[in-house]
Write a protein that binds this ligand. Structure first.
Ligand code: CP
Length: 368
């Protein structure tokens, strides 16, 4: 069965751990992997801007001895002429062996995965998910702290639209002894759906608007940018953009072994003086992104030894077909303007069942 990575939970904890082990082996013995993807092509389909994700994917494939094709904006692809994500995915399947896709609409990479005959990796879909950033973050925490369990993780900034924190919380909530501290203005709180998931799973978390109050108890501080591109209201963005600025004075109250992470790009939320603090590891995080993406490409192409006994990835197509039937039976419709169905209206409505009712399979929102 073809393997994709659309949501971090497509991979079990055991599989994530295997990816991290493989990335560490690549770091230690890069030369062993230099021709591992000889003759293979990665297509990077970026409908939204990126520096780190796109270039780290491309760099990862090159260091594995493979080649790269792709585009870096919707305007330089036939999407600008109205081509659908589904058709794009089928077309690219004729040219490449694996796809990494970023798209501003939630669920677009999932639509691609259902229509491509090659593996599809979600490289960020709107404010929804960013699973390869999460793999990067997990590798960074594992390398810096030596563990992924028993720690207090603070997430600070734009927790409403920050796809990186959504995927990180989803992933880290599966490890024992992890407690979250969500630090955000009221307008940018962690989405209620994600908080409910934590409640149901019995994962402890607290919410606060004060970074200073909670800083001393954190083992990991994950800063995020307030994302201008997700705001419809510019005044609201201007009011919230500088809600949190980490500087050296504030850091004086943090643990000596706390690590400071940021998916980048940063704007104002971490002052440049903090870069010299040994606890700052956001540029190390960028480098880790290349290594974990090398591990992921190898794994999804079936070229990693770990893949042989992989139990990953359920039957995505069967789940999707059931979700389409659910939508028809109940007359469900997704009203979110952020969902891929808002621009590609020929896509079938599709809703999967959760313990809390039905959710859109593309963007995870409730039906109307
Ligand atoms: N962290 C991240 O996704 O960065 P880019 O937007 O530059 O890819």
């Amino acid at each position: 069965m073809k393997k994709n990575l659309i949501d971090i939970r497509d991979f079990s904890i055991a599989e994530v751990d295997r990816l991290i082990s493989l990335a560490k082996d690549i770091i230690a013995h890069g030369e062993r992997y230099a021709s591992a993807c000889h003759g293979k092509k990665l297509a990077t389909l970026f409908f939204e801007p990126s520096t780190r994700t796109r270039l780290s994917f491309e760099s990862a494939m090159m260091e594995l001895g493979g080649n790269v094709i792709g585009f870096s904006s919707a305007s330089s692809s036939s999407a600008s002429k109205g081509e659908s994500v589904a058709d794009t995915a089928q077309v690219i399947s004729c040219f490449a062996d694996i796809i990494a896709m970023r798209h501003p609409k939630e669920g677009a990479p999932m639509v691609a995965s259902l229509n491509a005959s090659i593996p599809v990796i979600n490289a960020g879909d709107g404010g929804h998910n960013h699973p390869t950033q999460t793999l990067t973050d997990l590798l960074t925490i594992s390398r810096q702290k030596g563990r992924l369990n028993n720690m207090v993780v603070g997430c600070c900034g734009d927790l409403k639209y920050g796809r990186t924190v959504h995927s990180l919380v989803s992933a880290m909530s599966r490890y024992e002894g992890v407690k979250f501290v969500f630090i955000a203005p009221d307008e940018l709180r962690m989405p209620v759906g994600l908080r409910k998931e934590l409640d149901e799973a019995g994962v402890p978390y607290v919410e606060t608007t004060s970074l200073e109050e909670v800083l001393p108890e954190l083992d990991v501080l994950y800063m995020t940018r307030v994302q201008q591109e997700r705001f419809a209201d510019v005044e609201q963005y201007n009011r919230l953009k500088d809600s949190y600025i980490l500087n050296t004075d504030k850091l004086a109250h943090a643990k000596a072994d706390m690590i400071i992470m940021h998916p980048l790009p940063r704007v104002n939320e971490i002052s440049v003086a903090v870069d010299k603090d040994p606890r700052a590891c956001y540029f190390q995080q960028v480098l880790n992104g290349k290594f974990i993406r090398m591990a992921l490409i190898l794994t999804l192409l079936g070229l990693a030894p770990e893949v042989a006994d992989s139990d990953v990835i359920g039957d995505d197509v069967a789940r999707y077909e059931e979700a389409v039937v659910n939508a028809k039976e109940h007359g469900f419709h997704c009203a979110s303007g952020r969902c891929i169905t808002s621009v590609e209206q020929e896509l079938p409505q599709a809703f999967f069942k959760t313990e809390n009712g039905y959710r859109c399979i593309y963007c995870d929102r409730k039906p109307e």
